[in-house]
Ligand binder design. Sequence first.
Ligand SMILES: C[S@@+](CC[C@H](N)C(=O)[O-])C[C@H]1O[C@@H](n2cnc3c(N)ncnc32)[C@H](O)[C@@H]1O
Ligand SMILES: [Zn+2]
Length: 384
Amino acid sequence: MSLTKVKEGLAILEVPQKVLNHITEKNEVFYNPVMAISRDLTVLLLRVFVREKDRPIKVADPLTASAIRAIRIIKEVPNVEKVFINDLSEKALDFAKHNLEINRIDPSKVELYNETAEVFLLKTKYYDYIDIDPFGSPVDFLDAVAKSLAHKGVAGFTATDTAPLSATYPKTCLRRYFAKPIENEFYHEVGLRILIKKIAEVFFQYDIPIEVLFSYSYKHHFRVFVKRYRGAKRTDEVFKTSVGYLLYCHKCLYRTTLPFTDFRSLDLRCPFCGHVLDWAGPLWIGNLWNTSYVEEMAKETANLPVSEETKKLLKVVLQESQLQTVGFYTSSALGKAFKLPSLPSKRELFKKLKAVPTHFSGEGFRTPLSHKEVIEKVKKMVGF
Ligand SMILES: C[S@@+](CC[C@H](N)C(=O)[O-])C[C@H]1O[C@@H](n2cnc3c(N)ncnc32)[C@H](O)[C@@H]1O
Ligand SMILES: [Zn+2]
């Protein structure tokens, strides 16, 4: 079989050309160059994470496919003791072994397994870092991750089922994530927050509180990195402040959040225009980023051959993470809702609304101003 060489980060990879021509789960081994951004960000985050540890870290790559992620972690992250590599597909594992060899990975740095990911994790626990990178949703693996992640360990989850999470298939979202998505200008952010709620819910049931270190949406995937801590009391506190509902007005774009247990204060009338409010959730209403992680990750881009896309995303998130509102505005949604005769320039909007950009949408922005102030100022900007 003729193999094609690919370079990504500090790794080289050999995969059949047809795997690159047509990217599908049916290939004998899966490799998607578009997901380099996910691997870049994993490596950058782990380079920051290892600094917290005074010992080498133990890593799991339970859905390894070509082993690209494991190879990059070993080559690009210092102080990695060992990466435990697993895939259910024997064919994928053959490619993984071949790629470990051509990258000259020291055999003492890896252990290979051919199990279903949950069994593999529970057999080989505990880990400082676990990477869950499945086809579709990560829900199958949440329980095993919660049970095999070491105290103060980090887990990275990919979800490619963005259609249910983002309201294209709301029934699937309800069934799979036990949450209602919403169709609005920040539906992707809502989808990501629903995914995080689901992860939190599984961890919380074992008295494991979590913190979101980094998260994003890019093309067809969501990705989130969470750090775990311990204790029922701390879990209660995180639950109280970070899980709730979004209330949203489709008429005037008003938005607010409601803590999960705060139904007594529920009012389904929009305080701005009187229209009936829609809702989404339960979802994560806590932070989407740990700002010092984002800052350190951005600095680390100078030390590694990461893609331009990764640098671009980090640059925006660096600004975005300074203002962690739930939801953002877009000029086109404002224009449509208020039938504005024209749209203000991006420059003016950002200046007058003290706004920061968002990686979720090129025309989106987060602002610290109240809804009333936003609407008044935007109308004034276009002389309406
Ligand atoms: C999306 S690919 C992983 C891609 C890889 N992490 C990367 O960065 O390129 C998912 C892999 O999971 C494997 N897989 C699917 N279900 C599994 C399961 N239950 N347990 C273990 N591996 C599984 C598939 O064979 C496939 O190789
Ligand atoms: Zn309203």
